[in-house]
Design a protein around this ligand. Structure first.
Ligand code: SF4
Length: 434
């Protein structure tokens, strides 16, 4: 059977998609890129904020059109299917099955009923079919979340925090290294909480130490750390591991203490600043990334200005932002004084404009330096190469290093690039050829 898979949402959902594809391939299926060739189509959805839900619905409707052609079955999996299953079954009869993230343990059985396939392994035991570039892979170290940020629907969808046993992760990582993965990216809703549920203590430092010993990896990058869980043991632990990058992804969500309180976020602006200062003292060239939400109920212009001031103080190398999404069943749903969509959009644009100038300033600080670069592609016309340094996480969220080289370079290899200029989020340079 030929199967087409459309994976929406975050990298944690992408790992689910890779496991679903691995399960289907174990039953002899072939994954196809072109939906018109597929006998069955699967849309793995995201469902945590309005724009993501709209994208999911539009994608499902788009894929449903292929049922007029080759496609016999349309299956919808993921967070949207978990959160709105009953309503979706009613509203979308063109879909043959809605399978929520909480049903994956029975996926082989469900696929047997819907697609008539037999599976040698279960979803939990099957090997992922990697969909990222061959030199990079995500390692999801836990699922769910025990934090209760008042704007967030993820705990409602993914449930409580569940760490993956360390031996399972090390085994999976060794397999990824054997497949040629050079950059391992650790993900979860909150990576810093790893182990607390399973071992009664935080064990991210232990996990990183074990992963650092695996032959083949060149870079290990940690995403989604929770500010007040970035403790001394972790910060010092990362410093002494040669493959672990000094890349600190610390979503703080806001820069005003009253907003942090209303968002039910632990910690304060002062404690976040203290953690950042500690890291700056210990690491020669740390990189800081964060995520912000604008337009949370009760956010005043003054509070928003405080967020901008905090951004100017910290000067985050990288920053992503969302406008607040009014999500039913979340703690903030009934909170008053939600800014209008116009005000949210206006604040979003002002915040991102400020960040663009800060990222440009940070990029200019790299001019004259020589950076190690993971080469990922080449522009056919200009011949210039595109890659990432420690400063940029995968999937283009953080900007690129764009450079020329006298010698051809293989994708997925590391080269030294001398940075000669910078603009906004990107740096430009020339390869240092021996
Ligand atoms: S840490 Fe907060 S924002 Fe992140 S998944 Fe958990 S509840 Fe949601």
């Amino acid at each position: 059977m030929k199967i087409g898979m459309i994976s929406l949402g975050c990298c944690k959902n992408l790992v689910d998609s890779e496991k679903i594809m691995g399960l289907l391939v174990s039953a002899g299926c072939t994954m196809v890129q072109d939906p018109s060739e597929a006998d069955a189509l699967i849309v793995n959805t995201c469902g945590f904020i309005e724009p993501a839900k709209e994208e999911a619905i539009n994608t499902i409707l788009e894929m449903a059109e292929y049922k007029e052609g080759n496609c016999q079955k349309l299956i919808v999996t993921g967070c949207l299917a978990k959160r709105y299953k009953d309503a979706l079954i009613e509203e979308m009869p063109e879909v043959d099955a809605f399978i929520g993230v909480d049903e994956y343990d029975h996926l082989a059985q469900i696929f047997h009923e819907v697609l008539g396939l037999d599976f040698p392994v279960s979803y939990g035991k099957c090997e992922r079919l990697l969909s990222t570039k061959p030199w990079m892979a995500y390692l999801r170290i836990a699922d769910g979340c025990d934090n209760r940020c008042s704007y967030c629907a993820i705990p409602l969808i993914r449930g409580g925090y569940r760490s993956v046993p360390m031996e399972t992760l090390i085994e999976e990582a060794k397999l990824l290294a054997l497949k040629g993965v050079k950059e391992l990216v650790l993900i979860a809703q909150d990576t810093t909480r790893y182990g607390l549920d399973l071992y009664g203590k935080r064990r991210l430092p232990d996990l990183l130490k074990a992963l650092n010993e695996i032959e083949g990896f060149h870079w290990i990058r940690v995403l989604y750390t929770y500010p007040d869980e970035l403790d001394d043991e972790l910060i010092e632990g990362m410093l002494h591991l040669n493959k672990v990058l000094p890349y600190f992804d610390i979503p703080i969500q806001h820069g005003d203490n009253r907003m942090l309180k209303a968002m039910n976020r632990r910690g304060s602006i002062e404690s976040i600043q203290k953690t950042i200062d500690k890291i700056k003292q210990m690491y020669p060239m740390p990189v800081f990334r964060t995520t912000m939400i604008v337009g949370f109920p009760g956010e005043t212009e003054e509070m928003f200005e405080n967020m901008l001031s905090f951004m100017k103080e910290v000067k985050w190398d990288r920053l992503g932002a969302f406008t607040y999404s009014h999500e039913e069943d979340t703690l903030s749903y009934d909170m008053p004084d939600e800014p209008s969509e116009e005000v949210k959009q206006d604040r979003y644009e002002r915040l991102m404009a400020l960040q663009k100038s800060i990222s440009d300033e940070k990029a200019h600080e790299l001019v004259g330096q020589t950076l190690e670069d993971l080469v990922e592609k080449q522009d056919g016309l200009s011949g210039r190469y595109y890659g990432r340094s420690v400063h940029s996480a995968p999937d283009g969220i953080d900007g690129s290093i764009i450079f020329t080289s006298k010698q051809p370079i293989e994708f997925g290899t590391f080269v030294k690039v001398e940075i000669t200029r910078a603009k906004d989020y990107d740096c430009y340079g020339t390869a240092v050829c021996d």
